[in-house]
Design a protein around this ligand. Structure first.
Ligand SMILES: [Zn+2]
Length: 398
């Protein structure tokens, strides 16, 4: 048994404990959280850490296969330019070794404290890493096709990819998922639903103002990109509704669904979602939103509406690192009134619940969630600082 202490222990499922002690066994299983006076442990047996101890993080939205694109795409140009730049890079020989990039960045993500990840995949490039990684993965085999005639082919490719991941001995949780509200047709949404069973899905949602414009008017950069990649396709018939209202009839409302980004979501969008989708979770990727659109979602509005929130990093095509702490630091910088305890819930327990990672998410007896040490925080106000760092000090149980 090891006894770990810090200025504060954040079990997440319970309030923080000042100068508390975590008792953890050799398998990383939590035995107890103790208050300083609760048990007489010889001082020499206690390992002290500066800052706080909390459970390992869950990165709810990542594209690990895009790790090769780190630093290659200019920031602040908007989603349309970003996607076109990424696409043109992808169509040539990749400038760096993709497998090495996945290994290096995946390991860096792990060292920074991520023990569970929801990972979008368009290929089997991450198979090798996932097969042996200590991180627990759920793979979303992503599908899109704006042309209804391409729906069968797109679905077959996604279903085969999901099967490839399901064949792994470890990290074999996978589901077919739609890419976004606007890149999947009614026909394809229904086909995806039919093969996904009761598994989780993840949808890129309201990352740009163009998404609303597309559904309301049929115009704008998404409409132009749709025709650029599908010349001759009939113009999109606008629904006159919001993106989520437009696709709601094709979604299973009782399925656990992750809406990712939500940068331009309004109170009306949140209200509609809450009324119609009881199993909805909202994922924020603040650093990617700043990288691409130079803007953040109205996070306080989601808190007011008691939304279920998780955090993600998106990919290294639109982020400088795959670190959940860095996402929390950005939120903290812009919304300093959000308590650390609440943000840690988004970074750990909420993600673990969404993916069904039962052993992860909180420092509770019997769980083995991994333990992260966050250093250089403001201990008086319990706030993150620009120089705060995170490190996984105890591995999660397998
Ligand atoms: Zn994404």
């Amino acid at each position: 048994m090891r006894f770990l202490s810090a200025d504060f222990i954040f079990p997440v499922s319970n309030p923080p404990v000042a100068n508390g002690i975590v008792a953890v066994d050799e398998q990383g299983c939590i035995a107890e959280i103790l208050k300083p006076a609760e048990k007489n442990i010889p001082e020499g047996e206690i390992e002290h850490f500066e800052g706080i101890l909390c459970p390992g993080f869950v990165n709810a939205h990542c594209h690990l296969e895009l790790s090769w694109a780190k630093g290659l795409i200019e920031s602040g140009t908007g989603l349309d330019s970003f996607l076109r730049a990424l696409d043109s890079l992808r169509h040539n020989e990749l400038p760096v070794n993709q497998q090495e990039a996945i290994q290096n960045e995946g390991m860096e993500m792990y060292r920074s404290g991520v023990v569970g990840t929801g990972d979008i995949s368009n290929s089997a490039a991450t198979l090798q890493f996932k097969e042996s990684s200590a991180i627990l993965f759920h793979t979303f085999a992503e599908v899109f096709a704006s042309d209804p005639a391409k729906a069968e082919k797109a679905l077959a490719k996604g279903a085969e990819l999901a099967e490839t991941f399901r064949a792994l001995k470890w990290n074999n949780s996978a589901s077919v998922t739609p890419h976004s509200t606007y890149s999947v047709t009614e026909k394809l949404f229904k086909m995806i639903s039919a093969v996904t069973g009761n598994n989780v899905i993840s949808i890129h949602h309201q990352e740009t103002p163009a998404e609303e414009l597309f559904f309301k008017t049929g115009r704008g950069s998404i409409a132009a990109r749709r025709l650029f990649y599908n010349p001759g396709l009939e113009p999109f018939k606008p629904t006159g509704k919001s993106p989520l209202e437009s696709i709601a009839p094709f979604l299973d409302k009782n399925r656990k669904t992750l809406l990712v980004h939500n940068t331009f979501a309004t109170g009306a969008d949140i209200g509609f979602a809450r009324q119609n989708f009881p199993q909805l979770t909202w994922c924020f990727c603040p650093n990617a939103n700043q990288y691409i659109e130079n803007r953040l979602p109205d996070i306080p509005l989601f808190i007011e509406n008691e939304c279920d929130i998780v955090l993600g990093t998106d990919s290294l095509a639109s982020n400088y690192q795959l670190s959940i702490l860095e996402e929390m630091k950005t939120i903290s910088k812009h919304f300093p009134f959000i308590p650390l305890q609440e943000m840690l819930g988004w970074a750990t327990l909420n993600g673990a619940r969404f993916f069904g990672f039962d052993k992860l998410g909180s420092l509770e007896k019997g769980k083995s969630p991994g333990i992260v040490n966050i250093q250089n925080i403001d201990i008086e106000s319990l706030q993150l600082k620009p120089e705060s760092t995170s490190r996984l000090i105890i591995a999660a149980g397998q």
